[in-house]
Write a protein that binds this ligand. Structure first.
Ligand code: HEM
Length: 488
């Protein structure tokens, strides 16, 4: 009994000290809600952390402090502060937190997405070169080939008059683009690992979402290691890693340094040393995962908002027809982009209303730093409140309404929304795939609109736009739509 009482007393004292420590106001740190001992503010996140964090920004302002379990975290919603942190002072905020999920994903912080500053600089320089706008033009044949393929698949469905679920096709499309560019590969039905990888993508990005207990509460880390979802996550990562390791070996054996065939070849040539194998393999995995779920989810949101807004679809279709001089059914290329301002606004509005990476990828403060009067102690984590900016009446009026025209430039050619809607983030460690993703999305969306009317299955119901939170934001239910050919 005495032992139990002593343990209870120790726990109580520990909880009180933890409560005091968490809520001690330090000079020039941002305000925030009261934090509970142990869990901090995890209880405030609820099922939709993107909405809770947006609501907290309305209460506490453009930067506030919360505790995600053991970790002090600043949530930044003010566009000027985002510029100061992510662009002007980027080198002090360049690393990502070292949590359990990121470690499992990145083979202990290798590759590009989760690697630390010094190695990141080398890898990023190499891959940025491969993804510049000019290089993307060279690989645009890959994008055209995959776009034509998915439009053909959609055409088959339209003719069969059945309900279309795009989930699998859209993931095959975006993953094939990454496979082709990185390894000159394509998913074949017999590629069991890759076909499985499509289904696993969701689980993997969910496993890495902000606020996962095992990542933020070290006390629960041993238990979470044994949990079913964690074991499954590790297994999925091992399968992908062993597959990509084999690809590396095959490509290395047949490599001609004078004639690189793909991004992997370029990285192998640049590394010129086997010690980098694990890093190159991990960078390949990073591209595969980062490039699949993001583009796929954005496309699903696009189809939902198109199905719910037929008049917006018709307007974009007419604009496309004008751009190709009424040549119905013509394949739309990237050259048409400058002639379709309204469609370009639709794309921005989809990425505003449902930004698929709702909190960006987290960063960590490298050394004690003061920015715009706020003190960021070393080790503080940072979340960019992407969703909270895009869906906030202070920045975007009627934010719940889908209104592409809000992006049309004002008379002086300035549009402040471009500072607020930053789905790819900003600064030197922003999304390296932005030029590729933007090109992919334009080709796909324009060619879908050119070929089909997209409608809810019964033609009238409004499709539910509720989002589910993860590292990426996706629609609540698998998306059934009806396609009707535009060809007369
Ligand atoms: C709709 C599409 C996409 C969106 C909204 C998106 C968004 C983002 C965001 C918000 C970040 C975090 C940036 C930061 O920390 O400041 C990021 C990082 C990254 N993205 Fe994307 N992304 C998209 C597509 C892609 C594609 C197609 C690729 C493939 C090349 C890709 C590869 C990456 C990589 C490798 C990183 C890590 C960059 C680094 O740490 O240096 N993304 N992305």
């Amino acid at each position: 009994m005495n032992i139990l009482l002593t343990l209870f007393f120790i726990l109580l004292v520990w909880l009180i000290i933890d409560f005091i420590n968490k809520n001690k106001k330090k000079n020039n740190e941002p305000n925030g809600p009261w934090a509970l001992p142990l869990i901090g503010n995890l209880h405030l996140l609820g099922n939709s952390p993107q909405i809770s964090l947006r609501d907290l920004s309305i209460k506490y302002g453009g930067i506030y402090k919360i505790w995600l379990g053991d970790h002090p975290t600043f949530v930044v919603t003010d566009p000027n502060l985002i510029k100061s942190i992510w662009i002007k002072n980027n080198s002090n905020f360049i690393n990502r937190p070292h949590n359990k999920s990121f470690s499992i994903f990145s083979n202990n912080f290798k590759g590009i997405s989760f690697v630390d500053k010094d190695e990141w600089k080398v890898t990023r320089r190499l891959v940025s070169h491969a993804f510049t706008k000019t290089k993307i033009k060279i690989i645009s044949n890959v994008l055209d080939k995959q776009t034509k393929k998915i439009i053909e698949e959609m055409d088959k469905f339209e003719k069969s008059n059945s309900t279309y679920y795009i989930y699998k096709d859209i993931r095959t499309f975006s993953m094939n683009i990454m496979l082709d560019i990185v390894y000159s590969k394509e998913i074949k039905p017999q590629d069991i690992v890759l076909s499985k990888c499509i289904d696993n993508c969701h689980c993997i990005t969910n496993a890495m979402a902000a606020g996962n207990i095992g990542d933020v509460l070290s006390i629960f880390s041993p238990i979470s290691n044994l949990s079913k979802s964690n074991t499954q996550f590790k297994k999925q990562m091992d399968e992908i890693r062993s597959y990509v390791n084999n690809l590396y070996d095959d490509l290395k054996q047949t490599l001609n340094p004078e004639n690189p065939r793909n991004l992997f070849d370029q990285m192998i040539i640049a590394s010129d040393n086997n010690d980098y194998k694990d890093s190159i393999v991990q960078a390949g995995i990073d591209f595969l995962i980062a490039g699949t779920d993001t583009v796929s989810n954005t496309t699903e949101w696009f189809l939902i908002y198109m199905a719910n807004n037929p008049e917006i679809q018709d307007k974009a279709f007419n604009e496309l027809m004008n751009a190709v001089e009424n040549n119905q059914g013509q394949y739309i290329t990237i050259n048409e982009k400058s002639k379709t301002p309204y469609l370009n606004c639709i794309i921005k509005e989809v990425m505003r209303i449902r930004p698929v990476v709702p909190l960006g990828l987290p960063r960590e403060t490298l050394v004690d730093t003061t920015v715009d009067g706020y003190f960021f102690p070393k080790g503080t984590r940072l979340l960019q409140n992407v969703y909270g900016m895009c869906n906030n009446e202070s920045f975007v009026s009627d934010h719940n309404e889908f209104k592409p025209e809000r992006f049309l430039l004002s008379g002086d050619g300035v549009n402040n929304l471009d500072k607020i809607v930053i789905p790819f983030s900003v600064g030197p460690r922003n999304c390296v795939g932005e030029p590729l993703a933007s090109h992919e999305i334009y080709l796909l969306f324009s060619n879908i609109l050119m070929n089909f009317k997209v409608r809810p299955i019964d033609g009238i119901t409004t499709i539910d736009t509720t989002e589910v939170f993860g590292l990426t934001l996706y629609p609540k239910d698998p998306l059934p739509i009806k396609l009707t050919s535009r060809k007369q």
